[in-house]
Design a binder for this molecule. Sequence first.
Ligand code: NAD
Ligand code: DAU
Length: 364
Amino acid sequence: MNTVRSFSNILVTGGAGFIGSNFIRYMFAQPDFKGTIINLDKLTYAGNLESLKDISEQYEGNKYFFEKTDIRDKAALDICFTKYKIDCVVHFAAESHVDRSITGPSEFIDTNIIGTFNLLEIARKHWLNKEGNIDQSYLFHHVSTDEVYGSLGDSGLFLETTPYDPRSPYSASKASSDHIVSTYYHTYGLPVTISNCSNNYGAYQFPEKLIPVMILNILEQKALPVYGNGENIRDWLFVDDHCSGIWATISKGKLGETYNIGGDNEWTNIKLVNRLCEILADRKNRDKDDYKKLITYIKDRPGHDLRYAINCEKIKKELGWKQSLTFSLGLETTVDWYLDNLEWVKHIQSGEYQKWMNQNYNMR
Ligand code: NAD
Ligand code: DAU
């Protein structure tokens, strides 16, 4: 039986992003979570507080607080840790899009490596009290990706012991941050856990990633850009299942350990795009071929990893985690979410979401 940890004040970095906002919503829905969440986010193009409107209406100023802060700003992090007496960090904040890392790697190095280092330094400072004693109920959880393991051929799965072999500036920056987090456990004894997850999908995903790009282009009858020959494989996981994996890890995971989280759900990109055309044809009462003919093969992503697939037996066996949703249901739910939330999409596409944040939050 694993000891179950509980926390009072959880600092969620990157909580205005896709997975972070879903994680905050997930936590407030857990009956056994009684704590407070502090969402610390710089609000880059990918950070959208509109994704947390319901949460802020219900909990802001009471059990939910927002701090517009850059994780590269150590002094501001220090103030935040003191102000909220943080006892757990769940670190999502990152530059997350592979294509952007190819065209502009420097933000990835700054935020993903230096930002993580800053956060670790401040977490370590607050974990040790003024007398040099350690706070026993403390945890730093680092949210990472399966991309650190590189690319698979036709067979095999990524294990927690698979050697790192990142191929893009994004995955190299995440690999680097994973290593730094791990050294804080081995060198200083800081209580850390790490999770490496496969491709997430679901509500509130920024429309630059494959699934929302395709849904929205289908709706607008625009070309559906498939990189290369479309045979690259990803292992898709519904975002809530990633959140439950993180919750299982922070509450029951062994300190210093890494847990892989995955969907057991490999799809080629082209098969997935075809499936989205079929779901939307059904919803819009259209012929699926009207949408499928929009598929356009375009120049491949440089260094495009062929296949990702996770072995997640460790988290299943040790922490009792499992996926909750079939891909078929998860995809339909996601398509329906985008159809029901076209206002959210419109605000992103027009840049209105940033104005909304300025009006609704006293931006510092
Ligand atoms: P996202 O791009 O949707 O959100 C990132 C968030 O981080 C945004 O709110 C952004 O404003 C914030 N941020 C960026 N730079 C910051 C900085 N310097 N200081 C403070 N905040 C900053 O990303 P996501 O898809 O939600 O991914 C979240 C985390 O999960 C990342 O660490 C990513 O590597 C990891 N991950 C993502 C996936 C996936 O499929 N999306 C899979 C596995 C792991
Ligand atoms: O595996 C986890 C990773 O998944 C996360 O760490 C990253 O943050 C997240 O962005 C995601 O990375 P990918 O590069 O796999 O996701 P993306 O949605 O960008 O692309 C998925 C696949 O689809 C990939 O093989 C590239 C392809 N693709 C993508 C886009 C945006 C296309 O063919 N056309 C597109 O327009």
